[in-house]
Design a protein around this ligand. Structure first.
Ligand code: PLP
Length: 402
């Protein structure tokens, strides 16, 4: 007699890689003390929200005496919040957006679920390039879809031929995540244009839109002068999904959004479906507090946080160089995805754990043979891991004789 659905049983097992690491982190911290465990397993921004967010929170608290100040509002969010967001995204996406082109939700995760719920027919396919943010698979299943992966090239850029072979009349969504979690890769504009061309042709051939969902919560973190191309002007069926979780360090506050290309035919119908989905999935509306914080913080410079992450990236790259681990230098986000010696990610993870260093196997992102490390942790923690990384990599190489 099972108390849960069989699909959830499988999901709990599949979702266990990051959870196991989370549990292990707690155990090791209890055993050796918080400061002695070097935890690079979680993508949780460690920087405090910028002062403008803290001031907005205090301001809001002082004004809570108004009736219904923390009550429900329209399912898409407050009108003033949508207007402010549309104005900001018009600059970022280099296309004129109005409040009817955007919807607020509970994080990028909520917005993506609302969108998937709105457009997926049973058995419709959602494609993502390997390696991918593992949650996409669950978000697809949540709405009766089938999640399929597409191989990427060595440099983690999409393999167009593989994509063309993967497209079928059931394909409804292709997810693009740039800057990427877990690789830190940014897709150049040429890549987005080529993807748009392939998807436009396939949409025409199969007689219904194939959406390009651009999941971009790390857009603000692009290093070395790299730019993240705006997708909305490049493809009629592009949808931007993002949030302020990482940008303003408010991940737990759950404020995110989606924005659609104003050129989509039947845009009003599509937005009505997304707004209805926000409601019936049980989000009901985006968080009140998050909308106030967002409005206050929009347009604020995050240069300080950017500089901190850029410095950490540098330190981490030097540590991996010192350990002789191969990786592609991240262009954006706060992750790095080195190759495990001999392609044995389990062994590298085990050797690192002996040094009280935590990372996550690439298997959680659909690509064995690699590990993901997150550098949203203090510089001192990163610096402390230098010798441990070297010893762990040396040990893995010597055990494998590579
Ligand atoms: C690639 C990617 N997409 C979406 C999300 C979800 O972010 P949010 O907190 O906005 O739901 C994350 C969070 O780590 C992420 O890394």
């Amino acid at each position: 007699m099972s108390v849960i659905a069989s699909m959830m049983k499988e999901n709990i097992e599949q979702g266990s890689l990051i959870r196991q690491m989370f549990d292990l982190g707690i155990k090791l911290k209890q055993q050796y003390g918080e400061e002695n465990v070097l935890d690079f397993s979680l993508g949780n921004p460690d920087l405090p929200p910028p002062p403008v967010v803290r001031e907005a929170m205090a301001d809001l608290a002082r004004n809570l005496n108004r009736p219904g100040s923390l009550g429900y509002m329209q399912n898409a969010g407050f009108s003033w919040a949508l207007e402010a967001l549309a104005e900001e995204l018009s600059k970022e996406q280099q296309i004129k957006l109005t409040k009817s082109d955007v919807m607020l939700s509970c994080g990028a995760a909520g917005a993506m679920n609302a969108f998937f719920h709105s457009v997926l027919e049973p058995e419709d396919e959602v494609l993502a390039f390997v390696p991918f943010f593992g949650e996409y698979k669950f978000y697809t299943q949540n709405h009766g879809g089938v999640f399929k992966t597409v191989a990427a090239k060595e440099n983690f850029l999409p393999d167009f031929e593989e994509l063309e072979n993967a497209l079928t009349p059931k394909t409804r969504i292709v997810v693009v995540n740039s800057p990427n979690n877990p690789t830190g890769i940014i897709y150049p504009e040429e890549t987005i244009k080529k993807l748009a061309e392939i998807l436009a042709k396939a949409s025409e051939k199969f007689g219904r839109p194939i959406y390009m969902v651009s999941d971009e919560p790390y857009r603000y973190l692009a290093y070395d002068g790299c730019t993240v191309p705006a997708v909305l002007p490049l493809y009629k069926y592009a949808v931007v999904i993002s949030s302020f979780s990482k940008k303003f360090g408010i991940a737990g506050e759950r404020i995110g959004y989606l924005a659609v290309s104003p050129e989509i035919e039947d845009k009003e119908l599509l937005m009505s479906a997304c707004i209805m989905s926000n409601r019936v999935l049980g989000f009901v509306n985006p968080p009140v507090v998050g909308q106030y914080l967002m409005k206050a913080a929009l347009g604020t410079s995050v240069q300080e946080a950017f500089d901190i992450y850029a410095k950490r990236r540098q330190i981490f790259c030097e540590i991996l160089d010192n350990a002789g681990l191969e990786y592609q230098k991240p262009m954006g986000a706060f992750y790095i995805f080195p190759k495990a010696p001999g392609g044995d990610d389990n062994l590298l993870i085990t050797c690192l754990q002996e040094e009280k260093i935590l990372g996550v196997s690439g298997k959680g992102f659909g690509l064995a043979g690699y590990i993901r490390l997150c550098y949203a942790v203090e510089d001192t923690v990163i610096a402390k891991s230098r010798d441990g990384f070297k010893r762990a990599a040396d040990k893995a190489r010597s055990l494998l004789k590579v």
